[in-house]
Design a binder for this molecule. Structure first.
Ligand SMILES: Nc1ncnc2c1ncn2[C@@H]1O[C@H](COP(=O)(O)OP(=O)(O)O)[C@@H](O)[C@H]1O
Ligand SMILES: [Mg+2]
Length: 306
């Protein structure tokens, strides 16, 4: 039997190549140079990230993927200014960034809304912090609430919302400050598959309609391929860049592409990078252990099949 012949993940059709070429000509929004993070913990020093470098262009959708513990959250927290840098630099529009600021919006996996504020007031909060009057903040907030499809829920409190709706509010709240870049750390990781698919589609619509660059962390291969222009693949211990993959799947995207040859070729490449074959130096896969005593076999239907 012959397997399905997939193209190489490096093959791009003409339109896709032209789109990615145009993307790489656009101005650089985020530049990360030799970023390293070492934690001093009671167990010793942990190099969470080592010499990570990449560039993200204006209106690019970049996904960052890698196995658990490879430093994805550490990286995004450093980008947000929430974690100190051991060495290296982070430039936003060419300016070094060490502290949090409204130029970077953040959406985490866990729900981080203020539970005592309504949807509208959660979104207004940052705007008022930036000095907008109450009425100005209110009218701007309502535009964002509408954009994420929650107008009818503007006066609801977070505990009255589903998980997907809470993440919509978190996105509206992050975008209301009109950041240069939206940083998302596994934002849909806690949602069921159907809600997740809807959220991906909504995020796409928003991204297409406004001037925003998105840096999206996920450990879900399908999600990364479906969303990204390019995927930065990290490895663990220490967290280092393995490859920056240009996704060959044409835009606009749709769920039917999940089984297209270029999608599957990209997935195969990600599998190779993220789940390499187990070498004999590492732990062994589970073994099927026969617990039955001699003589039990026929009784348990476990007779030999040689
Ligand atoms: N505050 C901390 N103190 C010590 N070690 C940490 C801290 N935060 C993260 N680490 C370690 O850094 C590595 C990367 O963690 P993390 O960024 O959470 O990975 P990921 O998000 O990819 O799963 C892990 O080995 C983790 O144990
Ligand atoms: Mg994480």
């Amino acid at each position: 039997m012959t397997g399905i012949q997939l193209p190489s993940y490096l093959d791009q059709d003409e339109k896709t190549r032209a789109r990615l070429d145009r993307l790489k000509q656009r101005e650089v929004i985020l530049e990360v140079n030799n970023l390293t993070k070492v934690f001093d913990s009671p167990q010793g020093r942990i190099t969470a990230l080592k010499n990570v470098s990449f560039k993200t262009h204006r209106r690019e959708f970049v996904c960052i993927i890698g196995p658990s513990g490879c430093g994805k959250s550490t990286l995004v927290r450093m980008l947000a200014g929430l974690e100190s840098i051991t060495s290296g630099e982070i430039l936003l529009d060419g300016e070094p960034k060490l502290e949090p600021g409204p130029d970077r919006g953040m959406v985490f996996q866990g729900y981080t809304l203020f539970p005592w504020l309504t949807v509208k007031k959660n979104v207004m909060f940052g705007l008022q912090m930036q000095g907008r009057s109450k009425s100005q903040a209110e009218s701007e907030a309502m535009q964002w609430v509408e954009m994420v499809g929650l107008s009818k829920f503007a006066n609801h409190y977070p505990q009255q919302l589903s998980g997907g709706m809470k993440q919509r509010v978190a996105i509206a709240r992050a975008l209301a400050n009109q950041p240069r870049i939206l940083l998302m750390d596994e934002p849909f990781g806690a949602l069921d598959a159907q809600t997740r698919a809807k959220m991906q589609a909504s995020l796409f619509d928003i991204w297409r309609n406004i001037d925003i660059t998105i840096c999206f962390i996920t450990h879900d291969l399908d999600e990364a391929i479906y969303l990204a222009d390019r995927i930065l693949v990290l490895k663990a211990h220490p967290g280092e860049v393995q490859e920056l993959i240009e996704v060959p799947v044409p835009r606009p995207r749709n769920p039917e592409q999940f089984i297209s040859p270029e999608f599957l070729a990209t997935k195969k490449r990600l599998e190779e990078l993220i789940h390499p074959p187990v070498s004999d130096k590492e732990e062994e896969p589970f073994q099927l252990i026969r617990m039955a005593r001699a003589g039990d076999e026929v009784e348990n239907g476990l007779e030999s099949v040689e």
